[in-house]
Design a protein around this ligand. Sequence first.
Ligand code: ADP
Ligand code: MG
Length: 324
Amino acid sequence: MNEFELIQTFFARQQINRADVAAGIGDDAALLQPPPGQLLAVTSDLLVSGVHFFPDTDPAALGHKALAVNLSDLAAMGAEPAWFLLNLTLPKVDAAWLEKFCRGMFGLAREYGAQLVGGDTSRGPLAIAIEAHGFVPAGLALRRSGAKVGDRIYVTGTLGDAALALQQRRGRLSLPKNEIASVAERLDRPTPRVREGLALRGVANSAIDVSDGLLADLGHILEMSRVGARIFLDKLPVSPVCRAHLNDLGWDAVLANGDDYELCFTVPAANIAALEKIPVADDFRHIGEIEVEAGLRILDESGKAYRPRETGHDHFAESKRGNT
Ligand code: ADP
Ligand code: MG
């Protein structure tokens, strides 16, 4: 199978044909029509075999995740997904592998109405780079820099399941079979919070997706917004499975392991009523407050300062703003 046949067989056949794609796969460049008055949100993520995923990872999960991490970035900007490009290096043409990869990727693409409009394919060590494009009305984009003193801090969904799945996979924790399935799903097939990101337009004043762990990612909001924060361990949302293993897993993993792909966002007091009217608001958890004092303060159940051992970054009470 040559490169042309590979593209025709696996990538040109999609069930999505957006009206704003004047030319998709097959020409020298795609021709796309963004809606008037909206900004184009553009993001890209690279997944390298052996670095970002185990070489024997289920290709369907890989296809899903490669797109999901990009849609998660769009969600964190409050952008609506539209188009994506796929750059792929493959050691060999393995039809069974490609079929599964496409099933995972296009399955998720269909859910969000995103169309593959181009890319590049080459022989090489397995690596997957997706670039996704979305729309957001000018002025409604959710930036990292918009948090203000007095805002409430929220996260969507739950944190820590992906960390738990990773520990299980590395043999450091042993979970019962039925529990493994639910947390493995969170690690392998994260749900990008696109609906939530769209609903937060005009309600949240800053947002980020939690890919590197809450500490690091909330830290980015604090730094870019030039504020500090306090969060409470007992307010952090964790799943029942994660809660059951919290003693072995530890809060540090929940706070710092990442791969959660939830949104962390801030809401000013004036917008709390609007926030509570959002249909998926039950899924939002208030975890703390934005404060004047730089750095992040974490309080445990008894109100004592909690100091994570491994943080991988500098955003703590004693650290100075902007020293990362
Ligand atoms: P060129 O040499 O002009 O870059 P290619 O042969 O690389 O053309 O690609 C031909 C067409 O197939 C282009 O429209 C390109 O965007 C598309 N394409 C190539 N690889 C991929 C891929 N992995 N996924 C989606 N489209 C692809
Ligand atoms: Mg090319």
